[in-house]
Design a protein around this ligand. Structure first.
Ligand SMILES: Cc1cc2nc3c(=O)[nH]c(=O)nc-3n(C[C@H](O)[C@H](O)[C@H](O)COP(=O)(O)OP(=O)(O)OC[C@H]3O[C@@H](n4cnc5c(N)ncnc54)[C@H](O)[C@@H]3O)c2cc1C
Length: 331
């Protein structure tokens, strides 16, 4: 059976959801296809802890406005105290008065509160576990073949990383998917015990498996959490969790050796985010740019944002540009 819709958005990450909500507000008929069984894409919060992005910055005006509109609160990343530094030989310093993410903000309850709220806004328009397999443009519109059937749409927005778009057979410039090669580990504790030692929870390590660690405790400090980014590929080691916990104990003391829970998300193993080319992260921040519409097909997603590309703010900027592209095509 083929369903008909005016605009089909592929991908229910922040960019696809924000665009869908804006179009629905205008009274447009929208269907959103999402491969995963949850909305949010790279935004993912588990038990209140962010396993994808954590931070927004004061200059992220679109994100701050969206939080305001959704009635969500944000608070500063904990930044009081000293950083821990471990060199390649294992020498540890705890005397560096520096916070690597001072000024960044976190969302109360985690960033999934944002994407869940947008998903709730668009309601039945969102189809989960419905991956796009291919698309064909014709005189009447675009036919999309999904895991579960077909959708016929007058316009299509591919709100996906360009490398996933290329896997669908659509020709687009190659742009690395931001953070797709990374893995994140969160260890939770009864309290943020490092704060009492004058440590801010930041650590930089030149030893495995975690490269960079930060405080991920809730706003009120009623529980403690540390999160770490793994060195590329390190999360695939079956011993990754115990090795990471041992490293946390090395850096923050013996209390860190017994977390209440450990959450791991290896983005490099997620086929709805990372391709084989993303397994080795780019050495710097790629020069992201817009992809021009091809016929009835429009491109969104943070990697297509000329400004703040790769970031949450870029995802919203790309949704705004796709909205304008849709209007231009309609004229
Ligand atoms: C570990 C990590 C840390 C990060 N930290 C930060 C941070 O602190 N601050 C910040 O600003 N940004 C950060 N980012 C980047 C941020 O997560 C992204 O910029 C943003 O989430 C991208 O949103 P998007 O909608 O463009 O893409 P995505 O979230 O990737 O959305 C694409 C969607 O398309 C779906 N999809 C894929 N293939 C198909 C298909 N064939 N059919 C249907 N659906 C499909 C996916 O499941 C996904 O839901 C981080 C990312 C990661 C992974």
């Amino acid at each position: 059976m083929t369903d008909n819709t005016e605009i089909c958005i592929v991908g229910a990450g922040l960019s696809g959801l924000a665009l869908a909500a804006a179009l629905q507000d205008d009274g447009r008929q929208v269907t959103v296809l999402e491969a995963r069984n949850r909305p949010g894409g790279r935004v993912m919060t588990q038990d209140g802890y962010d396993l994808g992005p954590s931070w927004i910055w004061p200059q992220n005006r679109r994100m701050l406005l969206l939080l305001d509109q959704l009635g969500l609160r944000h608070f500063p990343q904990y930044a009081t105290g000293r950083l821990v530094f471990e060199d390649a030989q294992g020498t540890i310093r705890r005397d560096l008065d520096f916070a690597t993410m001072g000024g960044a903000r976190r969302v109360v309850g985690g960033l999934s509160c944002v994407t869940d709220a947008l998903a709730a806004q668009i309601g039945d328009s969102l189809r989960l576990s419905c991956a796009l397999r291919g698309l064909q443009s014709g005189p009447e519109g675009v036919t999309l073949t999904t895991e579960t059937g077909r959708v016929q749409a007058a316009r299509v927005v591919l709100a996906l990383p360009p490398r996933l778009v290329a896997e669908l057979g659509v020709s687009v410039p190659d742009m690395p998917t931001w953070m797709a090669g990374h893995a994140k580990l969160v260890a939770t504790y009864a309290a943020p015990f490092w704060r009492a030692q004058g440590l801010n929870g930041d650590a930089i390590s030149h030893r495995a498996p975690l490269a960079e660690i930060h405080d991920a405790s809730p706003e009120d400090g009623s529980a403690g959490a540390l999160f770490g980014f793994a060195h590329p590929g390190a999360a695939r080691d079956p011993q990754f969790r115990p090795k990471a916990v041992a490293q946390l104990a090395r850096l923050f003391g013996s209390e860190a050796a017994a977390p209440k829970a450990v959450h791991v998300q290896d983005w490099s193993a997620e086929t709805a985010t990372a391709t084989p080319a993303d397994q080795i992260p780019p050495s710097g921040h790629p020069a992201y740019r817009a992809i021009r519409p091809t016929g009835r097909v429009i491109f969104a997603g943070t990697e297509t944002a000329a400004e703040d590309g790769g970031f949450l703010e870029g995802a919203l900027a790309s949704a705004e540009r796709a909205y304008d592209d849709l209007r231009a095509i309609a004229q």
